[in-house]
Design a protein around this ligand. Structure first.
Ligand code: FPP
Length: 228
């Protein structure tokens, strides 16, 4: 019999919405909301690790986010570098970093070299860890991922669910069990359309910077609630 607890196989994905509104309500610049959002994610990583969740995937930056004001984009990029440099913390949590998004060399990809290096280094420096897998979706869009996967599957002449899965950005990633979206919006926003096929969706009014370990537990508990 497996000694794994039920959460060990779980894949939780988060659409971290509401940083801007969180800041506005406090009379702060939007960038402060993103700073608080990065810290909230670090806490959720610790919570997921404590709960022995298997996979945690967070939507850090979408292919659509590049059109935001330049100062905001620059700030979010610097927060990604901060997040990807939390190696000691990741190692303490026995957690490994992964990334999904447009390949850096693909036409139209815009990930700056400094962020590319931070991503590559974080993956290498945490690759020996065997607990939680933390995937950051950066320069990510699900339609782009699926178009690319379908094209690659077609080059081998076989387009099936298995061949598309094999050509996703991270073919090893298991299906999402629980999708969380904060800040009261009940939308999917082009996030992992393939991987969330059978996911339970948990929407909360809380903005992402206020999403803490208690909220994370509430989201996990919603998985076992009987259907209404
Ligand atoms: C939405 O807030 C959030 C994003 C643009 C993506 C998530 C970014 C963070 C949590 C900041 C740093 C994160 C990482 C992973 C380093 P919004 O600006 O759309 O909020 P609003 O809808 O209230 O304006």
């Amino acid at each position: 019999m497996s000694s794994r607890t039920p959460t060990q196989r779980l894949h939780v994905a988060c659409i971290m919405d509401g940083n801007g509104r969180w800041a506005r309500r406090r009379g702060l610049p939007r960038t402060d909301g993103h700073t608080a959002g990065e810290e909230a994610l670090a806490e959720v990583v610790r919570a997921a690790s404590d709960r022995q969740v298997g996979w945690l995937t967070a939507f850090g930056f979408s292919t659509e986010n590049w059109v935001r004001p330049r100062t905001e984009v620059r700030h979010i990029l610097s927060l990604h570098r901060k997040l990807f440099s939390r190696t000691e913390e990741m190692n303490r949590n026995n957690a490994r970093t992964r990334w999904i998004g447009r390949p850096f060399i693909e036409k139209g990809a815009r990930t700056p070299v400094l962020v590319q290096k931070a991503i590559t280094k974080a993956i290498a420096d945490t690759s020996a860890n065997t607990g939680l897998s933390v995937t950051i979706a950066f320069d990510y869009g699900s339609r782009a991922e699926l178009v690319r996967a379908s094209r690659q599957a077609m080059t081998k002449g076989v387009v099936t669910p298995a061949s598309i899965q094999a050509n996703l950005y991270d073919p090893e990633m298991p299906p999402v069990d629980l999708l969380v979206r904060t800040s009261g919006e009940a939308r999917i926003s082009n996030f992992m359309l393939w991987q969330i096929k059978g996911a339970h969706i948990y929407f909360t009014e809380r903005p992402w910077p206020d999403f803490n370990r208690h909220e994370f537990d509430d989201a996990l508990a919603s998985l076992s609630s009987p259907a209404l």
